[in-house]
Design a protein around this ligand. Structure first.
Ligand SMILES: Cc1ncc(COP(=O)(O)O)c(C=O)c1O
Length: 302
């Protein structure tokens, strides 16, 4: 653990900035009691917050989809997010906004009359994948759990109900793998917990259309493919496609572009990170280094 990690930092809670080790919300908060809320995770690199407005727009859609009214304007939330990032002072940061339905008169599952809770924090940049994994690729397992159906909770909502995803990780870790891959109701590979998934099939970069969170990094990869002249499309990825793919990888704000080395014990392609991903990832890093789609954090970026 680095010194920086131990710094509790500053957390925004309902309009106030509090030390990270004492910042608190009510134990009766519906986010805690029922997973009743939404969130969004963005990141800063070299002092710029990447695609901040797209993250805020996605958060706003999540809020509307669960009928949760933000107790401030989106512009105020944007300003609070930038201020949280500035106060924490990390040029490379993991930034999370959580909005829950808050507290109701009694701790019952009553969504009426709640006062929403807004929390924002910024930590030194965090990756879902462990150290060194990017260089060797993830060993993955197609889990027995299906992604929660869109008829139950639409996966486009970045909700606080991540138990389905957490349990898929529990299953993958218990079998000695680095990460889970999840299939949808039709058996197509849709996501990994906290990641979108890509396969490179016959030279074309493919990512699923349905049963997914519409990832900002996923869109970024599609944008970069267009820029680099690499064919890409949105379509099905059956387990067959992963077993026979040239390359496969995951994308997330928390980690970037992470190669998949193995699926269910079988190597993907050569079993080592491949050249197409390397090209896209190099372009991603190069774009981040010059502030592409970046919102400068005051004091960290002139
Ligand atoms: C379920 C799920 N899918 C995909 C992603 C990747 O989305 P993004 O690239 O916007 O981080 C996330 C991010 O946390 C996620 O939670």
């Amino acid at each position: 653990m680095t010194e920086e990690r131990r710094d509790p930092g500053v957390v925004y809670v309902n309009g106030r900035f509090e030390p990270g080790d004492t910042a608190s919300i009510s134990v009766f908060d519906h986010g805690f009691l029922y997973g009743d809320g939404v969130f969004d995770t963005s990141f800063a690199r070299h002092g710029w917050i990447f695609r901040l407005d797209e993250h805020l727009e996605r958060l706003e859609r999540s809020l509307r989809a669960v009928a949760l009214e933000l107790p401030m304007t989106l512009a105020e939330l944007r300003a609070a997010t930038i201020e949280t990032a500035a106060r924490n002072g990390h040029r490379d940061a993991y930034i999370k906004i959580v909005v829950s339905r808050g507290v109701s008169a009694e701790p019952l599952m009553d969504p009426r009359g709640c006062t929403p809770t807004v929390v924002i924090f910024a930590r030194p940049y965090l990756s879902l994948a462990g150290a060194g994994v990017k260089a060797r690729g993830l060993v993955t397992k197609l889990t027995s759990l299906r992604r929660v159906s869109h008829t139950a909770i639409d996966p486009r909502i970045k909700s606080l109900n991540y138990l389905n995803l957490v349990m898929s990780r529990v299953e993958a870790f218990a079998s000695g793998c680095d990460e889970a891959l999840i299939v949808d109701e039709e058996g197509d590979v849709c996501e990994a917990p906290g990641y979108n998934v890509f396969a490179i099939v016959g030279g074309t970069v493919v990512t699923p259309e349905k049963a997914i969170l519409e990832g900002i990094t996923r869109q970024t990869v599609l944008d970069l493919c267009a820029e680099l002249g690499i064919p890409s499309r949105i379509g099905r990825i059956a387990p067959y496609d992963l077993f026979t793919a040239d390359e496969a990888f995951l994308t997330s704000t928390a980690g970037g572009l992470i190669p998949i080395a193995k699926v269910d014990g079988r190597p993907v392609g050569t079993g080592a990170p491949g050249p197409v991903l390397a090209r896209i990832d190099a372009a991603y890093e190069e774009h981040l280094a010059r502030g592409w789609h970046g919102t400068p954090i005051p004091g960290l970026r002139s």
